[in-house]
Design a protein. Sequence first.
Length: 364
Amino acid sequence: MNGAALPEFGFTADTERFQGLDLLTTAVLVLNWRGIVVFANQSAEQLFETSRSKLIGQQAQRLFAGEQPVDQLLTEASANALGQRRQMLEVRRALREPLTVQAMASALYSRDTPLVIELSEIEQQLKVSREERQLDLTEANRQLLRNLAHEIKNPLGGIRGAAQLLEGELNAPEQREYTRVIINEADRLQSLVDRLLAPHRKPRAVTRFSIHEVCERVRAVMAAEFPRGLAFVRDYDASVPDVEGDKEQLIQALLNVVRNAAEALVERIAAGDAQIMLRTRVARHVTIARRHCRLALDLHVIDNGPGIPEELRDHIFYPLVSGRDGGSGLGLTLAQTFVQQNDGVIEFESRPGRTEFRVLLPLP
């Protein structure tokens, strides 16, 4: 049987016929000649924030704000006047502002289902474009830094060795203090170089594990570092399947993100009202690093800090970029590297009073 009859609407909901549309990352609605939804793919469920069973049977016009835009598309489709047409529509969402989407309507030239509407979030299109540009820039910067690190490594060893020899020749304590400064700074730079090169040296140890074990490990470490003034809120989805990847890399990545958030909360910690939330969800049909994923882990780290300064937002994952005095500028760089090495992506949104980092990882 290809569909389930819904007598109260006087049509048949066709699921098997259009099930291939579930593979698309964009939302798709198929309408009958009366403008009633007869099929909605899984991405449409996410866009409209409701289930497929509730979308099917609805008058499509009620899903959108504005004056009769769907009726007009349906009329043109019925008259075979519509090959393909694009227009902006506003999606109604419960308890939230309407969302502007780009609609591409196509005539199916079928008597019972004359119209299919594909809906793309404007912000999602911009996000994919930014993500692709960011991947290219990040890889170029990372390669440049690796080359620089290799070039710096050998001269540093020579400088340190020469300073040690010089220290042995000097008798005056005040003069030996200068060589000690040289040696200490050479050690600091050596440590920095090692941290830049480390993610690319160690082979990954891939296993399956619960992301909630990772979250709890990080939470325990940070709670020990910040025993007062910082509250951790856990919002876990127990149905999230196990992740496949390098557990130690992901612990370090999440630890760097959470520590970065905690360090930005200094004033709120002093006031006693700092908060970091760890949230897990399952995302369906998302694009990660230019690949379509049917299921993905959706991990959020949300803090109530001052937000990331506007001038840093385009460069926050770049090496040696830090928003605080004394920061190495490598924490988020390494977090991004480890997430990407596990086939994931990390992104963020920030405004005063709320910064949200989001990690997406494909699920097996």
